[in-house]
Ligand binder design. Structure first.
Ligand code: SF4
Ligand code: SF4
Length: 324
């Protein structure tokens, strides 16, 4: 049996994986060391057109940090307008803020291209790289420009306001102020998906279980077929579910995905972790750790080893920078 992605419900376009920050919870493992590419106008149009054909008319824009190429971001908004896609919001970490006047000018340009809302990241893990002053500046500029603010998340502001807003603060500073459990409790206050860098950060707090426990689970990974939070990226790939590091070519996403071209995704959808472990076994790859926090932790480990080993079928294990 070969699988097929169902109609698309809600999703986003990842403009770039590059980011000046390296947040400990980042699902896409963005950082200053990631590739600097940015989605071009034609790729953005192709992704929006495909999304629209598959039933989705509203999307968001994220990264990486989308504002790192402001002209590129404007091109993406033009591409969305051209393809009849409404942009619900653009995500930003606010690093680009230099002055209120300049920020108002920039946001005014985006508003002129149809943008109504900006998602502003607010959390102590972002504050390790971005001073609160910049975040406040962007929110003030939104107010002046008539852009709605989607604060993600407001609940951390009281904690962050106890520290100097002009500089960044490490999580260790927050732990000294609010308790040693501050990092461990972070996922109770902020949506964290167990993928990417979040695995490395939060594994230390989890009960770890041997790989065999997850390999023996035969339940299929139906989440790969979930289209309520899909993404396309700058490389023209469709990222199924929230499984960062897996990719389906945009040209293929509307069609049946044969196991010959997408062995990992097919194995995961049909056989779960046992299927992926079997593929890894054929390449002589075994779980690298004694314990895993969940099946996604093991999945990321095996996929990472396959990608780094240059496994022949690794076209669906992309971008390579995710596993570097
Ligand atoms: S979470 Fe956002 S701000 Fe942080 S590293 Fe990832 S893309 Fe950058
Ligand atoms: S085990 Fe892998 S495919 Fe399944 S949900 Fe987790 S990351 Fe996605």
């Amino acid at each position: 049996m070969s699988i097929r992605i169902p109609p698309l419900m809600s999703g986003g376009l990842i403009t770039n994986y590059h980011c000046t920050s390296k947040c400990r919870h980042c699902l896409y493992r963005s950082s200053a060391k990631r590739e600097k590419g940015y989605v071009d106008y034609q790729t953005a149009r192709d992704c929006f057109r495909t999304a629209r054909r598959m039933g989705c008319q509203n999307m968001h824009i994220g990264g990486g940090e989308s504002f790192l190429d402001f002209e590129g971001l404007k091109e993406v908004l033009r591409a969305a307008q051209r393809e009849g896609i409404t942009i619900e919001y653009v995500e930003t970490n606010s690093i680009w803020f230099s002055s209120l006047d300049r920020a108002v000018e920039m946001l005014g340009e985006l508003k002129g291209l149809g943008l109504e809302q900006l998602l502003v990241s607010i959390s102590p893990l972002h504050n390790e790289y971005i001073p609160l002053r910049k975040v406040r500046g962007v929110m003030a500029a939104c107010n002046r420009s008539g852009l709605q603010i989607f604060p993600w998340v407001k609940g951390f502001l009281p904690d962050m306001e106890t520290l100097d807003e002009n500089v960044t603060h490490s999580i260790e500073e927050y732990q000294l102020l609010f308790g040693s459990d501050y990092l461990e409790d972070f996922p109770d206050r902020y949506w964290v998906h167990w993928g990417g860098r979040a695995l490395e950060t939060f594994r230390q707090f989890a009960i770890l279980r041997p790989a065999k426990v997850f390999i023996d689970m035969t339940d299929p990974c139906r989440c790969l077929l979930d289209t309520t939070h899909f993404h396309f990226d700058l490389n023209g790939n469709y990222i199924p579910g929230l499984c960062s590091g897996l990719a389906i070519r945009r040209e293929d996403v509307e069609h049946v995905l044969p196991a010959s071209n997408y062995p990992v995704i097919n194995a995961l959808v049909e056989e779960g972790m046992g299927g992926l472990a079997a593929i890894a076994g054929l390449a002589d790859i075994k779980p690298s750790r004694e314990g895993y926090m969940n099946k996604c932790d093991l999945c990321d480990d095996l996929r990472g080893q396959l990608s780094r080993a240059g496994w022949a079928g690794s076209g669906e294990l992309a971008p390579a920078g995710h596993y570097a």
